[in-house]
Ligand binder design. Structure first.
Ligand code: BG6
Length: 487
């Protein structure tokens, strides 16, 4: 709950992210009575909208992107009074005068500048905000991903922004950290005594991190084509999941204590050398196919597509963390678009028992697996062997302890952006990335990008609706392991 007044300015206030996520999330927070009465939301963007036209746009966005049940007119009346619009070109220094007026008499009020714009504007906008005297001690600056294109561009942005705003005022978003199930990863590991003693190379065979999507590039072809799955998903979301799975217990929940541990994991990731890249990674691109019986176009036939692109829409990587806990334990990462199911999960596979006394006739028996399901059907599942009841032959069966968040907690899981926006307004940085974290992640992904380029690693095609190229299956199966598939 926010009890103090606040101002949130969304740059790119009419853009896709604002409409899809940010403004609907703020609406939901208001509906749940989490926003103080004196809290204002200001859209900033090019265009000659007046406040009412902006309100109409936000109302439409709430209808379009929230479940029907989530909208109610009483909340809308209250929420719409918070909204206003400043028409400005963020690249034009003179336009910041109009924004300055909005804050007259509210110099002490905590203010948030949310930059939902292209990353090449982060530096210029921050500089202009500084020059216009808009950065107060109670200012927080939110930077959306992608934070640059590679280590160098990310470093330039961070340096430029860092000249104007102190690190503790910068909130770098990775929306995966706002997901309930991702936050629960730390609780599972560090608030229970069962798992942690087993959480190492002695008991764990390998880890899989999967983020599978059924969507294609969703009308963002030109952004996506310049990025590809490695930059769009691995550099941030999958590496964050890997960090939370692999990190050492932090000394406290304080933001820097957690970030310190995550940075150590990123720094321990073994760099993939050019001569290994074809063996340890797979790039894929989808061709036309069908998902859930519905025909979908190939990547090169998507809206705005230009022919001949070699951008990857799928990546699989066999990664290693070179430290005491994880020596020799592979972390298999995979993510892709137009896969058969939407599913994000972390699978920890334990080693088989050292000596198996049961007759092997009905085997081979699968080892224990702990599956942390991030979305959808959020939950935790532990697969293990049990005796099939009955007086006859001894039969073992794979069974599961299954915890569904929806059934257990009976609540609707909030959108990640709700939690993150609340934290920004409250000034809590734990779920945001520190500069060295972002840069360490880029450092690792850059070695892969460079190796791909140097070795001319082409994309392998897969049919939309399949689990990526066959080479991705081979990546894990040649180690005698298999990708997890829900039975
Ligand atoms: C974004 C990527 O960061 O995450 C998108 O840019 C991707 O390409 C999205 O679709 C996935 O997020 P979620 O929350 O739907 O898993």
């Amino acid at each position: 709950l926010i009890t103090h007044p606040f101002d949130v300015v969304v740059f790119g206030g009419r853009g896709d992210l604002a409409k899809r996520k940010l403004l609907p999330a703020l609406f939901q927070l208001d509906r749940d009575n989490r926003l103080s009465e004196d809290g204002r939301i200001i859209g900033a963007s090019r265009g000659n909208l007046d406040d009412n036209a902006f309100r109409a746009l936000v109302e439409q966005a709430c209808h379009d992107f929230l479940p029907e049940k989530a909208f109610d007119t009483k909340t809308w009346e209250r929420f719409s009074r918070r909204l206003s619009f400043v028409g400005m070109d963020a690249t034009q220094h003179d336009d910041y005068g109009a924004l300055k007026k909005v804050f007259e008499g509210r110099e002490e009020v905590p203010r948030v500048f949310y930059l939902a714009t292209a990353p090449d504007l982060f530096g210029p906008i921050t500089r202009s905000l500084g020059e216009a005297g808009l950065i107060t001690p109670e200012t927080r600056l939110v930077l959306e991903k992608p934070l640059g294109h590679d280590l160098e561009s990310s470093h330039e942005i961070n340096a430029e922004v860092g000249q104007v705003v102190a690190e503790h005022q910068i909130y770098r978003i990775d929306h995966y950290l706002g997901k309930e199930t991702v936050q629960n990863l730390m609780v599972l590991r560090f608030a229970n005594s069962l798992f942690e003693p087993l959480w190492n190379r002695t008991y764990i065979d390998h880890v899989q991190v999967t983020v599978a999507e059924t969507v294609g590039v969703s009308g963002r072809w030109s952004y996506y084509n310049g990025a590809g799955a490695l930059r769009d998903m691995i550099q941030n979301h999958l590496l964050q999941l890997l960090c939370l799975t692999a990190m050492e217990p932090p000394i406290s929940l304080e933001a820097n204590a957690i970030r310190d541990e995550k940075v150590k994991v990123l720094k321990s990731l073994v760099r993939i050398a050019p001569n290994e890249v074809a063996h340890l990674t797979v790039r894929g691109q989808y061709r036309a196919g069908a998902i859930d019986g519905k025909a979908v176009p190939g990547y090169l036939e998507e809206q705005d597509a230009k022919g001949g692109s070699d951008t990857e829409t799928y990546v699989a990587i066999k990664a290693h963390i070179d430290n005491w806990r994880w020596a020799g334990v592979p972390f298999y990462l995979r993510t892709g678009k137009r896969l058969p199911q939407r599913c994000s999960e972390i699978v920890v596979q334990f080693r088989s028992p050292p000596h198996f006394i049961y007759p092997d006739t009905a085997g081979p028996f699968p080892p224990n697996r702990l599956i942390m399901r991030i979305q959808p059907d959020e939950g935790i599942r532990f697969q293990m062997l049990n005796k099939q009841p009955g007086p006859g032959e001894l039969n073992l069966r794979q069974t599961a302890l299954d915890l569904s968040f929806a059934d257990t907690f009976g609540t609707v899981i909030p959108d990640a952006y709700e939690r993150l926006l609340l934290d920004v307004i409250r000034g809590r940085p734990t779920l945001f990335m520190r500069v060295d974290e972002v840069e360490a992640a880029w450092q690792w992904t850059d070695t892969i990008l460079n190796a791909w380029q140097q070795q001319n690693v082409p994309v392998k095609h897969y049919t939309a609706g399949a689990w990526g190229p066959s080479a991705a299956i081979a990546l894990i199966e040649r180690d005698g392991r298999t990708w997890h598939e829900e039975d």
